[in-house]
Design a protein around this ligand. Structure first.
Ligand SMILES: CC(C)(COP(=O)(O)OP(=O)(O)OC[C@H]1O[C@@H](n2cnc3c(N)ncnc32)[C@H](O)[C@@H]1OP(=O)(O)O)[C@@H](O)C(=O)NCCC(=O)NCCS
Length: 117
């Protein structure tokens, strides 16, 4: 009925870089949408990422959908995206409070993610 995937990204800045996670893609079959499945996949997935020790999640997605999971715009946090995307669709979440303190950079995705972009 639904699917979610997470992958690694690298956030690079001059002289340093750190790993983060990207949430993409999430999808629910049209006949099953708006029953909470997408939200449950996202919350459960984020919790697994947190348990595995990941601290930061980025994504490019619907600006109205992801804030309910705690995502905020990434550009005001000092983040850039290697793709040209609308600022309000480029979002970030701390899985550990303070994880982004003193950090900024450009999000670089895996080559597979870029196919078709
Ligand atoms: C986005 C998606 C995964 C949500 O899954 P879902 O199971 O329908 O989500 P939930 O039932 O948990 O949440 C439903 C709420 O999501 C919101 N929502 C769903 N799609 C949305 C969209 N495209 N933009 C903004 N909000 C959206 C609505 O507010 C809806 O609430 P409502 O029923 O009160 O209006 C699903 O709509 C989907 O597969 N869409 C097509 C693929 C896609 O766009 N994936 C995301 C890529 S960024």
């Amino acid at each position: 009925m639904g699917h979610i995937a997470f992958g690694l990204v690298v956030i690079e800045s001059e002289g340093s870089s750190f790993e983060a996670i990207t949430l993409a893609p999430v999808a629910v079959l049209p006949a099953y949408q708006r029953r909470g499945i997408g939200g449950r996949l996202i919350r459960a997935g984020l919790e697994e990422c947190r348990k595995l020790g990941h601290e930061v999640v980025v994504l490019v997605g619907h600006p109205e959908y992801y804030p309910r999971f705690g995502f905020v715009q990434a550009v005001p946090k000092g983040m850039g995206c290697e793709f040209k995307v609308p600022d309000d669709a480029f979002m970030i979440l701390e899985l550990r409070e303070g994880a982004l303190e003193g950090k900024k950079g450009v999000v670089k995705f895996q080559p597979e993610f870029k196919e078709g972009v």
